[in-house]
Design a protein around this ligand. Structure first.
Ligand SMILES: C[S@@+](CC[C@H](N)C(=O)[O-])C[C@H]1O[C@@H](n2cnc3c(N)ncnc32)[C@H](O)[C@@H]1O
Length: 288
């Protein structure tokens, strides 16, 4: 596998290093399975992240705390949860608000990542329940909509979609397509949650990571990453009820101190909803 792909895949390994760290415990991060997934490769990635980006650790931990709270609140209102770039996120399995069996979960990531995940879960005596569907999908080549249909997603019902730590690894055209309401064919009432980086952050981190390991890992977002840019871009894609929040503000709340970024507001968390009259209701499965 090319080195860039392997390194992008290992970002999931880096996150479990953070989530199983003493700092995470102090902050109240819950990830009971994280330590099972810690590897030397993940340790190296986390070391690199800490070297090149002062926001790497606080930003990723704050994002996880924020999305965990969001999943706790929103998952019980949805019968379907889609995790795009799921990596070693195991909240579907242990979070009480998700793992009742009432919610069908669809986890998409590369074959390699999901294979590692399933193997390690089995090694630790956690079999995959029937409602948790691991869907190998290289988003650059495969059709996630068709794969979701094949795995049983009901396109006439709303889904909660989380793309956490994903879009800065995808080419901008692909991100635009992936998030478009008419691409994933999400039903009205579906809710999309993702995080994205501003151009300066991407340029800065590409420069620093390249100086360390010779790779430019990060890709731009398809429209300006600012309140008006995100609002306008997502509205054009057909979303409503768009909320964009700067991650430094969120991190400062969790850390109870000012968490500074090198350039203001370069990392955002966005939520948006598919309004009535948009989305699928059609081409794929009314399968229940
Ligand atoms: C930073 S990790 C985030 C993992 C997980 N969402 C979390 O927060 O723990 C990024 C994930 O995106 C996945 N990813 C990146 N590019 C992808 C692609 N083209 N197709 C599928 N998955 C991809 C990687 O394999 C990796 O697991």
């Amino acid at each position: 596998m090319p080195q860039l792909e392997t390194t992008v895949g290992s970002t999931a390994d880096g996150l479990v290093v953070l989530r199983s760290s003493p700092q995470a415990a102090l902050l109240g991060v819950e990830d009971p399975y994280a330590e099972w997934f810690v590897t030397p490769q993940g340790e190296r990635l986390a070391h690199l992240g800490r070297q090149v980006d002062p926001l790497f650790e606080p930003g990723n931990l704050a994002r996880y705390l924020y999305t965990t709270a969001l999943l706790r609140q929103a998952a019980p209102q949805h019968s379907q949860l889609i995790l795009l770039g799921a990596g070693f996120d195991c909240r579907a399995l242990w979070l009480a608000e998700i793992n009742t069996g009432r919610c069908q979960v669809f986890e998409l990531d590369t074959q390699e990542k999901l294979g590692q995940k399933q193997t390690l879960l089995e090694q630790h005596g956690v079999p995959l329940p029937a409602w948790d569907h691991l869907i190998p999908c290289d988003l650059r080549k495969d059709d996630p909509t068709a794969l979701l249909a094949g795995a049983g997603l009901n396109f006439s019902r709303p889904a909660l979609v989380l793309a956490e730590g994903l879009v800065f690894y995808l080419p901008p055209d692909l991100t635009r397509q992936l998030l478009a309401t008419d691409r994933l064919l999400l039903a009205p009432g579906s809710r999309l949650v993702f995080d994205c980086w501003a151009e300066e952050r991407i340029a800065r981190l590409n420069r620093r990571v390249e100086a360390h390991i010779g790779l430019r890992m990060f890709q731009p977002f398809p429209f300006p990453v600012s309140t008006p840019g995100l609002q306008g871009g997502l509205q054009q894609m057909g979303y409503q009820m768009i909320e964009a929040r700067s991650l430094t503000g969120i991190a400062s709340q969790y850390y109870q101190m000012d968490i500074e970024d090198e350039t203001p507001s370069s990392w955002w968390i966005v939520q948006a909803e598919v309004p009535p009259g948009i989305g699928s209701m059609g081409s794929f499965g009314e399968n229940d």
